[in-house]
Design a protein around this ligand. Structure first.
Ligand code: ATP
Ligand code: MG
Length: 137
């Protein structure tokens, strides 16, 4: 059993899609074990996505992530990191497989509805950045 970190991004919270996205996770065998709605500042968004600081879309990405509340989550399940990436679909919704969250809900490569950790180290780091031990049972 593994845990991963997930974000329902501003484009999705704005369109009231949290429940529909959580249903996709649950159908895939992922359990939402922690969840909270927060509104990041641009600086906090920048800290979270700092690996992309040199990319041309970084400023736009930080603006977007701070543009409305997000839902930060911990998902648990067998092979949760890979399974979550599978359910999310490709970064660009135009390339995402049918039935994936991004194929169904994402608006563009930037406003793509969800984030999911890409490896065990980043999952652990991202969970610890957003949740205290008390919030994780
Ligand atoms: P995430 O890290 O959010 O789960 P990902 O791992 O599929 O997504 P990354 O390459 O890590 O994709 O990019 C991080 C985020 O940056 C993307 O989810 C998207 O919101 C944004 N992004 C990536 N590429 C572009 C682009 N070409 N133009 C605009 N925004 C982009
Ligand atoms: Mg990524």
């Amino acid at each position: 059993i593994q845990r991963t970190f997930s974000i329902i991004k501003p484009d999705a919270t704005r369109r009231n899609l949290t429940g529909k996205i959580n249903a996709k996770f649950e159908e895939a065998g992922l359990r939402v074990v922690a969840q909270k709605r927060i509104h990041l500042s641009k600086a906090q968004a920048g800290e979270f996505y700092k690996v992309h600081a040199e990319r041309p879309f970084y400023d736009e990405l930080c603006e977007f992530m701070a543009s409305a509340p997000i839902v930060a989550q911990v998902l648990e399940g067998e092979d949760a990191i890979a399974k979550n990436r599978e359910v999310m679909g490709a970064t660009n919704p135009a390339d995402a497989d049918a039935g994936t969250i991004r194929a169904e809900f994402a608006e563009s490569v930037g406003e793509n509805s969800v984030h999911g950790s890409d490896a065990p180290e980043t999952a652990a780091e991202e969970i610890a950045y957003f949740f205290s031990g008390l919030e994780l049972v």
